[in-house]
Ligand binder design. Structure first.
Ligand code: C2E
Ligand code: MG
Ligand code: MG
Ligand code: MG
Length: 286
């Protein structure tokens, strides 16, 4: 029996492994097709101050799949990173964002800075700065309207490389924020060491899933820390007015979340740019 069971387990194991690789392989091919047939779109989520004034926006990638509809980034970014496809995808996102900024400016809109997520693999790539420079050159974007969102893990991966790349980015006039702060390998040492190369901290949205006393204390501490280091602080995933009131009281600079708006298509985001102010959604529908 033991032998038989062992064999069955083995079969189940290999079967699920094959299913996984097969699924990933299919996904990889679909991603290549998506790049070729331009199935990617960039959505924009407003970042506002505690009074709802539009401060900036985050660019968030959306894959409009022919049959499956919108595929969320969590379903394909990991594979894109594994296969290296994150590099052409990342360049495409940056290109679209730069073009959008230039177009808004050309049409005389009051442009706000847009932040773009940069994956660790993309950031650590030898050609990264050269590719950024090429996109900046092609689009002639004013880099004061650009921000890159990176994660802390990247700082730990290769400290020297990270420092060099971050100062190159700074030289180009692009700001950098630390995304998903408070999760992962947060270390005060890293933060103080890199604070002169970073302009903002984005508090991870997981602290707001369960907004209990413990998480409130952590959020308070992160805000104090940012203030000490003269960094801006952004709270992500804000859905409730109680959370907003708390953050207002703690002098948090920017708020991003469904309470104000989910990520929206570029033409919809234009409305926010024109009005320059967003009122909170009703909590039941947000
Ligand atoms: P992130 O950079 O931390 O982005 C914030 C995520 O929180 C977005 O998910 C956004 O839609 C979501 N969010 C914002 N407010 C709320 C809220 O009030 N409630 C809830 N439940 N969620 C909220 P999204 O768009 O699904 O993106 C997930 C992740 O995928 C991003 O997390 C980022 O790490 C990655 N990603 C998205 N676009 C890109 C991209 O262009 N390049 C790279 N490298 N990664 C990207
Ligand atoms: Mg982000
Ligand atoms: Mg992230
Ligand atoms: Mg985040």
């Amino acid at each position: 029996y033991a032998k038989e069971n062992g064999k069955n387990n083995y079969q189940i194991f290999t079967q699920s492994m094959n299913e996984k690789t097969e699924k990933n392989f299919r996904l990889e091919n679909e991603l290549r097709q998506a790049l070729r047939y331009q199935e990617f779109e960039v959505f924009y989520q407003p970042r506002v101050d505690t009074e709802g004034k539009l401060i900036s926006a985050e660019a968030l990638l959306r894959w409009k799949h022919k049959e499956r509809g919108f595929v969320p980034p969590s379903d394909f970014i990991p594979i894109a990173e594994e296969t290296g496809l994150i590099i052409p995808i990342g360049n495409l996102v940056l290109n679209k964002v730069c073009q959008y900024i230039v177009e808004l400016k050309r049409q005389g809109y009051p442009v706000v800075p847009i932040s773009v997520n940069i994956s660790a693999k993309q950031f650590m790539q030898v050609e990264f700065i050269r590719e950024i420079e090429s996109i900046l050159h092609q689009t002639e974007v004013d880099t004061r309207y650009l921000e890159f969102e990176i994660t802390e893990t990247l700082l730990i991966l290769d400290e020297n490389r990270a420092r060099d790349t971050l100062s190159d980015i700074q030289q180009l006039g692009i700001r950098v924020s630390l995304d998903d702060f408070g999760t992962g390998y947060s270390s005060l040492g890293y933060l103080t060491q890199f604070s002169h190369l970073i302009s903002a901290i984005k508090i991870d949205r997981s602290f707001f899933f369960q907004f209990n006393e413990k998480n409130k204390q952590i959020v308070k501490m992160i805000i104090r820390l940012a203030q000490e280091l003269h960094l801006r602080v952004v709270a992500e995933g804000i859905e409730k007015s109680a959370q907003l009131n708390f953050l207002k009281n703690e002098d948090c600079h920017e708020i991003q979340g469904y309470l104000f708006s989910p990520p929206v298509p570029s033409n919809h985001f234009l409305d926010f740019v024109v009005i320059g102010h967003i009122s909170t959604n009703s909590e039941s529908t947000g």
